[in-house]
Design a protein around this ligand. Structure first.
Ligand code: PLP
Length: 375
């Protein structure tokens, strides 16, 4: 049986969290309060034309209830799974998904002692967050097909009494490579770490909306209590500006994240925007369909260009491409007013550019620009 207490930093097990004014008083059925003199807010109003004078709900209950209802609908009707009922208590919201990444490291990793495991080339924030906290980084590079090196990963988990690897970060679909990681590989890691409570496994699903089977790992949360799933409103939902990231996990694990988070980490405007967005799930799915159509178009056009040596297969809203000289191609595009992500300095992505799928007009612009480019 997985025992989270073995992994949490000992001094956080009994941490007394900050109790905010809005934590202390909870609106309930018996008492209907309407005079709030508990939080030193400006009762007169707000300098903003919007009413920003009140502190937001510290636990974002309304958004969590709405999101969990959506997931339960999907789990029950689309993947016919009755095993797991998703509760608002399985959800943590962060200021972007970068906040849960940071909080997970704070919760489990002792500075100058513990490590995280990452599988590069991958998303850069795991490493940055670990560095901020003086937490070690065990790198097990992806294979040449950008899949996990399972024998090496399992070997390191076996040696974990000396390695102190507390969190394994897996990104699927992976950024910047674009591919999903093999299900069986992730299962192997989950099983091994779950049975001896040796590590938390984080599956970062920032790009999951662009994949067919979106609930594979959500439906496993009840089986693997060491599994944490990250998602975000920044990509498919088109809400990068509201800074709302999600972490899903076992209720006990989520309760510890709530204890260590900044009390009012999600502002009211963000909560309201997210709630409205969740009621328009179909609009998000329509965006995804359009973007996937554009990705196919962009991929086919790029493949025909002499400058492009390779377009890597993508399960996300971007394409990783290999060129002869990425720095030169990057500068050329920039001179023409087109900004892409130069990943040439990332190990395993030498001479690669990451191109986000744009509108039809934008995609045509980068294609015609690259047609004029000679290496
Ligand atoms: C974009 C991205 C995120 C984070 O996004 P937020 O805007 O902080 O929610 C997380 N993981 C990966 C892999 C990403 O590409």
């Amino acid at each position: 049986m997985f025992d989270i207490q073995k992994l949490i930093r000992p001094h956080l097990l009994h941490l007394k969290p900050y109790a905010s004014a809005r934590d202390e008083f909870k609106q309930n059925a018996d008492i209907k309060a309407d005079v709030f003199l508990d939080a030193n807010e400006n009762a007169m109003g707000s300098v903003s034309k919007y009413f920003h004078n009140r502190y937001p709900d510290p636990l974002q209950k309304d958004v969590k209830i709405c999101l969990s209802e959506n997931f339960n609908y999907i789990l029950k009707n689309e993947i016919k799974s009755n095993e797991f009922v998703f509760s608002p208590n399985n959800i943590f919201f962060g200021n972007g998904s970068d906040e849960p990444i940071d909080l997970l490291i704070r919760l489990f990793c002792e500075p100058a002692k513990d490590q995280i495991m990452i599988c590069p080339p991958t998303y850069g924030m795991y490493e940055v967050s670990a560095n901020i906290h003086n937490v070690g980084i065990k790198e097990i590079a992806l294979n040449s097909d950008f899949q996990l090196n399972i024998p090496e990963i399992l070997k390191n988990i076996d040696q974990n009494t000396t390695q102190n690897i507390k969190i394994i970060f897996l990104c699927s679909p992976n950024n910047p490579t674009g591919n999903v990681l093999k299900t069986q590989d992730i299962l192997d890691i989950l099983q091994k770490t779950n049975e001896n409570s040796s590590a938390i496994v984080v599956v970062d699903e920032a790009y999951i909306d662009f994949v067919d089977n979106q609930c594979m790992w959500l439906s496993q949360l009840h089986t693997y209590k060491n599994l944490v799933i990250l998602r975000t409103f920044s990509k498919a939902w088109g809400l990068a500006d509201i800074r709302l990231g999600m972490a899903f996990g076992d209720e006990l694990l989520i309760s510890f994240l709530n204890k260590i988070k900044p009390p009012y980490n999600i502002n009211q405007h963000t909560q309201e925007t997210a709630l409205l967005a969740l009621k328009q799930w179909q609009r998000k799915d329509n965006f995804v369909a359009e973007l996937l159509e554009q990705r196919i178009f962009l991929e086919n056009e790029l493949k025909n260009l002499p400058v492009i040596e390779k377009v890597y297969p993508s399960d996300a809203n971007f394409l990783l491409v290999k060129v002869k000289d990425a720095n030169k191609a990057y500068q050329f595009l920039l001179k023409n007013g087109i900004v892409v992500r130069n990943r040439t300095n990332v190990k395993g992505c030498e001479n690669c550019l990451r191109i986000t799928v744009g509108t039809f007009a934008e995609n045509n612009e980068i294609i015609s620009c690259l047609q004029d480019y000679a290496d």
